[in-house]
Write a protein that binds this ligand. Structure first.
Ligand code: SF4
Length: 156
């Protein structure tokens, strides 16, 4: 099985109440292997919700207590993001899952990039940072069409 950011499978779980379905993931020979998770919802945040950003560094700094996740209204939602990340990791260990496809640029799921002040900057989201730290193979949503064969080869 492969963990997937739920918005990529069409769940309307993004901050603005929309999804971002990816057509490759919805192919009949791919979708049976996918398990959707939304770390921000799992961490207790509502949908729709005020968008948030990591205030400095990236998700790894949040895990180390050196950065916070702050909503556009100034609320500190770091605990929600940490809880969501830890729950996803706990579930993956429980199910023996070691691969994930995550939504690029999200403060939770970003793989190579996140957003700060509306600008794309290098870095991992909080959940992707925690998964990476625990050896999970992570594919960016921007590489799905290129890397899905590689990922399926690891789990099938
Ligand atoms: Fe999608 Fe991840 Fe944001 Fe949830 S937290 S809406 S799964 S990018």
């Amino acid at each position: 099985m492969i963990i997937v950011s739920a918005c990529l499978l069409g769940f309307n779980c993004r901050y603005d109440g929309t999804g971002r379905p990816d057509k490759t993931l919805l192919l009949p020979d791919v979708r049976p292997y996918l398990v959707p998770v939304c770390p921000e919802q799992i961490g207790g945040l509502p949908t729709p919700r005020v968008p948030s950003e990591i205030d400095t560094g990236d998700g790894s700094h949040v895990l180390e207590g050196r950065a916070r996740v702050v909503s556009a209204q100034g609320a500190d939602v770091t605990d929600n993001f940490l809880r969501g990340a830890e729950e996803v990791l706990r579930f993956m260990k429980l199910m023996g899952i070691s691969a994930a496809i995550m939504t690029e640029k999200s403060p939770s799921c970003g793989v190579h990039h996140i957003k700060r002040n509306g600008v794309t900057v290098p870095g991992y989201g909080v959940t992707s940072s925690l998964l990476k730290k625990h050896g999970v193979v992570i594919v960016s949503s921007e590489r799905i069409a290129d890397d899905i064969g590689f990922l399926l080869g690891k789990v099938v």
